[in-house]
Design a protein around this ligand. Structure first.
Ligand code: GLC
Length: 416
């Protein structure tokens, strides 16, 4: 699928306009800092324009790594009043300030793609050698600090860590998070985007309540993993971590660094835990797991299809993918339209997200991969580089001039 040169030039202009010098904001009005998985994916766009700049994007994110190994969800490089909750709410005591939670680990996979597609091989391989130890420490943190000993699953303590904030997957486990009286909530996101396209207030109150609770625990990551009132195993985190571990192991072997055997051993353990606890034995579908209640959740979301990239495909899952592709004019809907939770315009509760289509297509071949590329190319041609779209009529929703949407045009839709 090829986008016309003018569209690719427009994509490059979006990245340049969102460049803050070594790091890229996801969207100028809505997200004026550096976000973890946005940056990793945006580096893939930079790779087409300037490989050294792509490496700098990853390095600037890793420079904010915590001593425990966590790579944070947000790096607040400089103050900006347009976002809430800012560093004065998180108070994680880091320089530069960061949030105190993480996001889905796609960094290793993006770096592997930079290396595989490198034009200046010496430059990119040297950059990769420098970055790999920090990425390995981050992965190890998932296995050692954010692990549920009973199941071997990775513990996610906040819906923001899943990158799919208000997904119906989190409705049930989030409902038991208490919201304190007198919670001061500012919705600065509603200045840029209509309220019916953003998470509901009830969700936001619980998002903030969790932040305030962890703050009283001084961001003790082990305590958060053991005691957070919201503790889930998230399909996106697990499936992308599994793929990232495989990519890390391959990079380690190729470049002769790290300990590939150790990475392979923990990857096998992670895969076993996913197969045992997240994958439905009959349907093959990947579900979230509620670690507080100790059971798999029934809710379904499109992130399950990241299983193709993680090597966990089954015939049942392939049938489900075909059904979701056929369910709306512009797939993938993040929630199936027959699901009572489906809302066509609201954030992670129905809209099609180009970035998710791109990540799912990364694990597919043939017709389904071509279909997703064609859908996203059409959405971009008609509506520009938006954050997400109505899956029924394609209309652009959420943020505009969105960095990861521009980046995937350059990385994925430029050359077949
Ligand atoms: C929202 C999305 C998250 C993304 C961030 C910045 O919070 O849910 O996935 O990383 O915006 O684009």
């Amino acid at each position: 699928m090829r986008l016309p040169p003018a569209t690719l030039e427009a994509a490059a202009r979006v990245l340049r306009a969102n460049d803050r010098g070594g790091w890229t904001v996801p969207a100028r009005d809505l997200y004026p800092f550096q976000w973890n998985w946005d940056s990793a994916l945006v580096a893939l766009g930079w790779r087409r324009l300037d490989e050294a700049r792509a490496l700098r994007e990853l390095a600037s994110l890793l420079a904010a790594q915590w001593p425990c190994g966590m790579v944070p969800q947000i790096v607040f490089h400089r103050p900006d009043p347009r976002y809430f909750p800012g560093p004065e709410v998180w108070r994680t005591d880091r320089t530069p300030p960061t949030s105190g939670i993480t996001q889905p680990p796609v960094l290793a996979s993006c770096l592997a793609r930079l290396v595989a597609r490198a034009r200046d091989r010496a430059l990119v391989e040297a950059g990769a050698r420098q970055l790999l130890p920090a990425i390995e420490r981050w992965h190890r943190w998932f296995h050692e600090v954010r692990i549920d000993p009973a199941t071997g699953l990775v513990v996610t303590v906040h819906p923001w860590e899943t990158g799919m904030d208000d997904s119906p997957l989190w409705d049930e486990p989030l409902a038991r998070v208490p919201t304190p009286q007198g919670l001061r909530l500012e919705r600065r996101d509603l200045v840029a985007v209509p309220a019916d396209q953003r998470p509901k207030m009830a969700h936001y109150r619980r998002f903030l309540a969790l932040v305030l609770r962890f703050r009283t625990w001084r961001w003790d990551q082990r305590r958060m993993a053991a005691q957070s009132p919201f503790r889930v195993a998230d399909p996106t985190t697990h499936l992308l971590l599994l793929a990232a571990e495989r990519d890390l192991e391959a990079l380690a072997r190729r470049l002769g660094v790290l300990d590939p055997e150790a990475i392979a051993a923990r990857t096998a353990r992670l895969e076993g835990a996913i197969r045992r606890h997240l994958q439905d034995p009959e349907s093959g579908f990947i579900h979230a797991f509620d670690l507080v209640a100790g059971r798999r959740l029934a809710a379904r979301a499109a992130c399950a299809f990241l299983a193709f990239r993680a090597g966990l495909a089954t015939p049942g899952l392939t049938r489900a993918l075909m059904a979701w592709l056929a369910a709306v004019p512009f797939p993938l809907p993040t929630v199936h339209p027959t699901d009572p939770a489906f809302e066509r315009r609201r954030y992670w509760r129905g809209p099609v997200w180009p970035v998710l289509d791109r990540l799912v297509a990364w694990g597919l071949e043939g017709e389904p991969a071509a279909r997703l590329a064609a859908v996203v190319a059409e959405l971009i041609r008609r509506f520009g580089f938006r954050e997400y779209h109505d899956p029924l009529d394609g209309r652009g929703l959420g943020g505009r001039d969105f960095s990861w949407t521009a980046a995937l045009a350059l990385d994925w839709l430029a050359d077949g």
